[in-house]
Design a protein. Structure first.
Length: 286
């Protein structure tokens, strides 16, 4: 996991700081918000609104969002869960392997924890009832994690690689599968499989008008049955405005629900409130 973490740290380090399009028009350099006064999310102040996205750069690269304002007076954190499923795992799911995690979703509901779930098209097809139910809960928002969970760069944790010419279609196909599963309004946010992207990928998907969403806290839940280590890693690394990466698939992340049960009360005790990624982005540009 060490090398995986280093890779992600490197990726987030090169994440672009994007300029916001919101009508109030300030920039999105969230680190600068450290000591500012309380930030009110536009959606909280004005009721339901269109999700805020970040515009592509002048050179045509999709904007990348990694964390919200580091506001110590209003400590927010967004838990995000990737519902991974690659094209070749359909047969395994048919054979009984669980790529979903209903216990995790039930835990989030019970604890009333807002969360953003990035769902692959394959997962939405396989677990369409769950995708629909998640999207209909006001606690949750659903965004796009590609259709097939193939990589957008040449080397990405052994995932099969997409040709650059297929990348835009992967994002569009992901949205299509979500809508077909009954997710009426998937958020215009996209998480690259494995978090792997480069300039070419950012340009290739720009016509889809998504905001790419990375993270600044990696929970280490993939292929980890030790909830203690997931809890420890999240609690060590979380800061105000953090986006935490976790997974919603029993097959590859079996300890996540247990870890969440312990992370949530501890962070609340430390004064954090849980928000969705859309809230963090809105606050960043507000
Ligand atoms: Zn993934």
């Amino acid at each position: 996991m060490i090398s995986l973490r280093r890779a992600v740290i490197a990726l987030t380090a090169i994440a672009l700081t994007a300029t916001a399009t919101a009508s109030c028009g300030s920039t999105g350099d969230s680190d600068s918000a450290d000591t500012s006064g309380p930030v009110v999310s536009p959606s909280a102040a004005q009721g339901p609104a269109e999700p805020v996205t970040l515009p592509a750069s002048a050179s045509g690269r999709t904007a990348v969002f990694s964390h919200g304002p580091r506001n110590k007076r209003d400590k927010t954190v967004a838990l995000t869960f990737d519902a991974d499923m690659t094209a070749d795992q359909g047969g395994r799911a048919a054979g009984g392997e669980r790529f979903d995690n209903p216990g995790l979703i039930a835990t989030l509901r019970r604890e009333k924890v807002p969360a953003t779930i990035f769902i692959t098209g394959m997962w939405a097809r396989t677990y369409s009832y769950q995708a629909r139910a998640i999207s209909r809960s006001p606690l949750f928002e659903v965004a796009n994690h590609s259709y097939s969970h193939h990589a957008f760069t040449g080397s990405c944790y052994g995932l099969p690689t997409l040709d650059p010419g297929q990348q835009r279609a992967e994002v569009e196909k992901g949205f299509e599968a979500l809508r077909k599963a009954g997710v009426a309004d998937p958020l215009p946010y996209f998480r690259f499989p494995g978090g792997c992207y480069d300039d070419r990928a950012l340009r290739a998907i720009a016509p889809t008008h998504v905001t790419a969403v990375q993270w600044d806290v990696m929970s280490g839940d993939p292929f980890n049955s030790d909830a203690d280590s997931v809890v420890e890693q999240v609690l060590d690394e979380v800061r105000p405005g953090s986006v935490v990466l976790m997974h919603c698939t029993l097959s590859a992340a079996p300890a996540t629900a247990e870890a969440v049960k312990r992370i949530v009360p501890e962070l609340r005790e430390r004064g954090y409130r849980f928000v969705k990624v859309s809230d963090l982005i809105a606050t960043s540009v507000g």
